[in-house]
Design a protein around this ligand. Structure first.
Ligand code: NAP
Length: 361
């Protein structure tokens, strides 16, 4: 087996960080060398630092349990021990942006779950099946940062990962207008029913900043690379409402879409069934096969039954039917802390390794 790359997880004690730890513990290409968090956790054994707040059903991986948590702000120490880092810290936007650039400038690539650099024009915001070509902007970013190997790449917000993958294979039909209503799990707020009992038997019709992200981020994903920047797509027009619902994991989206050239039902189903991205073609370790699956059962997708499709990396679509106001409507589901967070970032790292952007130091 080829030598594994050494990785650090910044924010390893948090909800998304725990997912990173669990996904990476047995990863064939990456080996956890450092777990890092805030000064409050630094110096503790990892198992002690997450005691009482480990949220996953599977136990803390033994290979990580005994590691000593590092201070994520000690960039030189962490960067000296790893080939690249994943970032899932909960800091202010400015502090996160600075921390990530500090790692990049220390020649340590950062694959981030955070939003701080999503709108930096030379930072690729990636859904690997959709815009693998955006990685090419990294060369321009390295020139700006003055780095040889360091860079930042980010994944988009979890809310868009149910519907953007479903719309993308229909691109040739010219999607013009898109209305989405998302039904989002409480883990997206870093919470469980124990830590957020107000969510039991309840719906909250507001998630701060989520509707703006849901409307704007897809346009960068569908953007084009020009002059060392990603230039946003100008269509489709997107309107979104995002609701917090009482489920633990899994974001559902109800989607309404109007096209330039309205496709037939069979054309839509065929486009979904045949769609493959670069991760599928490269057979990356975390690539779901297939990426998209359609269920004919009117009662699917269901959050509990379908969120783990493809180990949480696949998207399940259902209820495709004509719409009286738009052309078509359907429902789509993704796992928010796997595909929408840590899993999506791990898949992005696999793609960037396969394409030569992540290498051993
Ligand atoms: P979380 O459970 O609150 O964990 C936050 C992590 O950040 C912990 O490891 C914490 O370490 C660390 N941290 C806090 N202050 C720090 C500091 N000063 N320096 C270094 N590390 C520090 O949050 P989360 O839900 O995992 O989310 C992490 C980030 O991902 C957030 O920005 C969130 O918005 C974003 N996100 C979350 C989801 C999701 O599904 N949950 C999805 C997409 C994006 P300690 O344990 O030592 O405090």
């Amino acid at each position: 087996m080829a030598k594994q790359l050494k990785v650090g997880v910044l924010g390893a004690t948090g909800m998304v960080g725990q997912r990173f730890v669990s996904l990476l513990a047995t990863h064939p290409w990456f080996e956890i060398a450092v777990v890092a968090a805030s000064p409050a956790s630094a110096g503790k054994r990892y198992s002690d630092a997450v005691a009482g707040r480990w949220t996953l059903a599977q136990p803390v991986p033994p290979s990580v349990a005994t590691m000593t948590v590092a201070d994520a702000s000690d960039v030189a120490a962490v960067a000296g021990a790893v080939d690249f880092v994943f970032c899932a810290v909960d800091l202010s936007k400015d502090a996160t942006a600075k921390l990530e650039e500090d790692y990049a400038r220390a020649e340590t690539p950062v694959i981030s779950n955070n939003s701080a650099h999503r709108w930096t024009a030379d930072v690729p915001m990636m859904i690997p099946e959709i815009n693998a070509d955006h990685a090419a902007v990294i060369e321009a970013q390295r020139r700006r940062l003055g780095t040889r190997r360091g860079f930042v790449a980010v994944k988009p917000n979890c809310s868009i990962q149910s519907y953007v993958p479903a719309i993308h294979p229909l691109w040739s039909f010219g999607p013009q207008r898109l209305a989405v209503c998302t039904y989002q799990a409480i883990s997206g707020a870093g919470k469980t029913f124990e830590t957020w009992p107000e969510m039991v038997d309840n719906v909250i019709p507001y998630i701060k900043g989520e509707e703006e992200k849901s409307e704007q981020e897809p346009l960068k994903i569908w953007g084009t690379l020009a002059d060392g920047k990603i230039v946003n797509a100008s269509a489709p027009a997107i309107t979104a409402q995002c609701l917090r619902v009482p489920v633990s994991d899994g974001h559902m989206a109800a989607v309404f879409v109007a096209f330039d050239k309205k496709p037939g039902r069979d054309e839509i189903l065929a486009a979904w069934a045949s769609y493959r991205g670069r991760p599928q073609d490269l057979e990356l370790p975390s690539a779901p096969q297939p990426f998209l699956s359609y269920s004919d059962d009117d009662a699917r997708p269901q959050t509990r039954l379908d969120r783990d499709a493809g180990y949480g990396q696949a998207i399940t679509i259902g209820r495709l039917r004509p719409d009286a106001v738009f052309d078509w409507r359907f429902v789509a589901l993704s796992h928010n802390t796997v595909r929408g967070a840590a899993g999506g970032a791990v898949l992005t790292a696999e793609l960037l390794k396969a394409d030569g952007y992540l290498t051993a130091k």
